[in-house]
Write a protein that binds this ligand. Structure first.
Ligand code: E4P
Length: 224
């Protein structure tokens, strides 16, 4: 079996975060939703998402996840069509509600790449996989917030997909600590979306900075 690199996404709709993190090359892309747009002070409009998408691709994103909005199934489907019309590398996010799954089915029939999001239980993962979506995104931290063991539940979701040899990827979201990412990677999970704060905690290490400074000083002492 081919070994694939882990797939990391940056969970942010703020172009300032993208500018900081995407040029590093570590992130496959970005995940957004209306709440993240709101937090970033960005309008949830097709015109603004077109502008933001262009920026993310310029910065090296290979895929962006944009979430549908609307009052009913037809509105979600129309929105999804418009979002994927912005670029073929858009994965259309739909919440794992009854209406969301119905919209997902119709979008999938048009060969739109779909991410089922706001997943809180393994049954929803099974449903998403049965539909044939690209990704199912469990909210680990929020499951913990409910007094459940989010890590154990997400690992069980992963086992479920693996036992059915389903190509749907589990895209773990709502991660609050980087060591959780490592713990899940040990269990064979390979697709995560992390906030800029978690990215910073994971990738900025003062001891590494000190080591790099010492290399530079030694190079300078030796004429470099
Ligand atoms: C994913 O789409 C969500 O933005 C996210 O991961 C939720 O994280 P939170 O529970 O920390 O808000």
């Amino acid at each position: 079996m081919a070994l694939l690199p882990p797939r990391l996404f940056l969970d942010s709709a703020d172009p300032a975060d993208w500018e900081q993190w995407l040029p590093l090359g570590v992130f496959h892309g970005v995940t957004t939703n209306p709440l993240l747009l709101d937090r970033a002070g960005q309008d949830c409009t097709l015109a603004n998402l077109a502008r933001l998408g262009g920026r993310a691709f310029d910065l090296g994103a290979r895929e962006i996840h944009l979430q549908v909005w609307g009052d009913d199934e037809d509105a979600l489907v129309t929105c999804g069509r418009e979002l994927v019309g912005l670029a073929p590398q858009v994965a259309v996010k739909v919440p794992a509600t009854d209406t969301g799954l119905r919209a997902a089915r119709r979008l999938l029939a048009e060969e739109v790449g779909v991410t089922v999001t706001a997943v809180y239980n393994a049954g929803q993962v099974l449903a998403a996989a049965a539909l044939g979506v690209l990704y199912a995104a469990p909210y680990l931290g929020r499951i913990d917030d409910l007094g459940r063991d989010g890590t154990a539940e997400v690992i069980a979701m992963h086992e479920l997909l693996r036992s059915t040899e389903n190509p749907t990827r589990l895209l773990v979201a709502s991660l609050r600590d980087w060591d959780k990412v490592v713990e899940l990677a040990w269990e064979g999970l390979d697709t995560f979306t992390i906030s800029p704060a978690v990215a910073a905690a994971m990738l900025d290490d003062p001891d590494t900075d000190d080591a790099a400074d010492a290399f530079e000083e030694a190079a300078r002492r030796r004429g470099g």
